[in-house]
Design a protein around this ligand. Structure first.
Ligand code: F6P
Length: 357
C-alpha cells in the first residue's frame, strides 16, 4: 500500500490541477495499491482533518481546468505555531492527522509561505515532497513556477487591449500587474505588451523621470504612453524609509493601490489625461497556458518518481531548464527577486523601455 496525502495551499494559480494530475498519474502507472487523501482548503484540511479519500480517476480530465479541485486557503506561516482560538496546537494536529492516515508522503503544492510550513513539517519528521506554484515566480530554487506564464499571457493581453484604446484617446495608461513583492510578471508582460515604462519593486522609480518619458513621447509625436506597474513598485523616496515607516505610510495611503498613487502624481506633473487599469485576480484565473500545462505535468511526474524512490524533503524545481530535486531546507524562506542587472532588463533598456530610474 502506498498512502499519499495531497493539498494545495496559498493563493491559487493556473495548472495546480495539471500538477496534481501529473503526480497521481505518475504514481498510478507504477502502483495499483494507491490510497490517496485529498486535504481540503490547504493546510486547513490537514489541521482540522477535512479530507476525502480520492481515486486516480478524480485527477483525470483536469489538465486544463483552472483553480484547484481541492480548494485552498492562506494559512500564514507565522501563525502556525500559535494555537487557534480553541487552543488547538496546529502543528501537533497536522502531525496527528498525517499519522492517522498512515501516510507515506504528503504532497504539497504552494508558494513561499506554503514552503516554509512544508519545511517545518519536514523538520517535524514528516515525509514531504513539494511543487512550486505561484504566478509571482518568486520561489527560490526554481527558474520557473507554474502559473507564471499563464499570468504573463493574461497581463499581456490586458496591455494589448489598453494599447488600442490609449492610442484612440491620446491617453496615458497605467496597468497594475500582480506579483506581490517581486516584478517578474510585470517585467515580462511589460516587454510582451510593448510598455513604454516598466516599474518594478526591485528598481525604485523617480516620478519625475516617468513624467519626462511621457512628455518626451508626446513631444516626439507619440499619442499615448503605456506604463506597466508592479503592485509592489516603490518610489526612490519610499525605498529609503525603514520597513516599519513604509508600512505605516502604506496604511495611510489615500489611494487604493500604487497605480492610482502614481497616476495622481503623474497627472499633477504632466496635466495629461491618465487612466488606471487593474486586471487583479483575472491574472490567476481560467485555464493554464500550454507552457504551464507542460511544466506542471513535468514537475508532477518528477515528484511521483521521488515518492516511488522514497526520496523525501524536496521541492521539484526547474534548474538549467530541467526538472530537478531541490532540498526544501534551501528553498524555505527565500524570495527570488528580479535582478536589476539581468540581461532581460538590459535588453529592454536597449530598445528604449524606461524603468523610471
Ligand atoms: O501570490 C500570488 C498573488 O496573486 C500575488 O501576486 C498577490 O499579491 C496576492 O497573491 C493576492 O492575494 P489574495 O488572493 O489573497 O488577494
Amino acid at each position: 500500500m502506498l498512502r499519499i496525502g495531497i493539498l494545495t495551499s496559498g493563493g491559487d494559480c493556473q495548472a495546480l490541477n495539471a500538477a496534481m494530475r501529473g503526480v497521481i498519474k505518475g504514481l498510478s502507472v507504477k502502483r495499483n495499491d494507491l490510497e490517496i487523501y485529498g486535504f481540503r482548503d490547504g493546510y486547513k484540511g490537514l489541521i482540522y482533518d477535512i479530507a476525502d479519500r480520492m481515486t486516480p480517476d478524480d485527477f483525470s480530465g483536469i489538465l486544463n481546468r483552472g483553480g484547484t479541485i481541492l480548494g485552498t486557503s492562506r494559512q500564514p506561516f507565522k501563525k502556525m505555531r500559535i494555537p487557534d482560538e480553541n487552543g488547538l496546537d496546529k502543528v501537533k494536529a497536522m502531525k496527528n492527522n498525517y499519522r492517522k492516515y498512515k501516510l507515506d508522503c504528503l504532497v504539497v503544492l504552494g508558494g513561499n509561505g506554503t514552503h516554509k510550513t512544508a519545511n517545518m513539517l519536514r523538520e517535524e519528521g514528516l515525509n514531504v515532497v513539494t511543487l512550486p506554484k505561484t504566478i509571482d515566480n518568486d520561489l527560490w530554487g526554481t527558474e520557473m513556477t507554474f502559473g507564471f506564464q499563464s499570468a504573463v499571457d493574461i497581463a499581456t493581453d490586458t496591455i494589448d487591449r489598453i494599447h488600442t484604446t490609449a492610442s484612440s484617446h491620446s491617453r496615458v495608461f497605467i496597468i497594475e500587474v500582480m506579483g506581490h513583492k517581486v516584478g517578474h510578471v510585470t517585467l515580462q508582460s511589460g516587454i510582451a505588451g510593448g510598455a513604454d515604462v516598466i516599474l518594478l519593486p526591485e528598481i525604485p522609480y523617480d516620478i519625475d523621470k516617468v513624467a519626462e518619458v511621457v512628455e518626451n513621447r508626446f513631444a516626439a509625436g507619440k499619442k499615448f504612453s503605456i506604463i506597466a506597474v508592479a503592485e509592489g513598485a516603490i518610489s526612490k523616496e519610499d525605498a529609503k524609509l525603514k520597513k516599519k515607516q513604509y508600512k505605516a505610510k502604506l496604511a495611510e495611503r489615500r489611494y487604493p493601490s500604487v497605480a492610482y498613487e502614481i497616476a495622481a502624481a503623474l497627472e499633477e506633473k504632466t496635466k495629461r489625461e491618465i487612466r488606471v487599469t487593474v486586471p487583479g485576480h483575472t491574472q490567476r484565473g481560467g485555464a493554464p497556458c500550454a507552457y504551464d500545462r507542460v511544466l506542471a505535468t513535468r514537475v508532477g511526474a518528477y515528484a511521483a518518481e521521488l515518492i516511488l524512490n522514497k526520496e523525501y524533503g524536496y521541492m521539484v524545481g526547474i534548474v538549467d531548464g530541467d526538472t530537478k530535486k531541490v532540498p526544501l531546507s534551501e528553498v524555505a524562506g527565500k524570495l527570488k527577486y528580479v535582478d536589476p542587472k539581468c540581461q532581460m532588463i538590459k535588453d529592454a533598456k536597449t530598445i528604449g523601455i524606461s524603468f523610471g530610474e
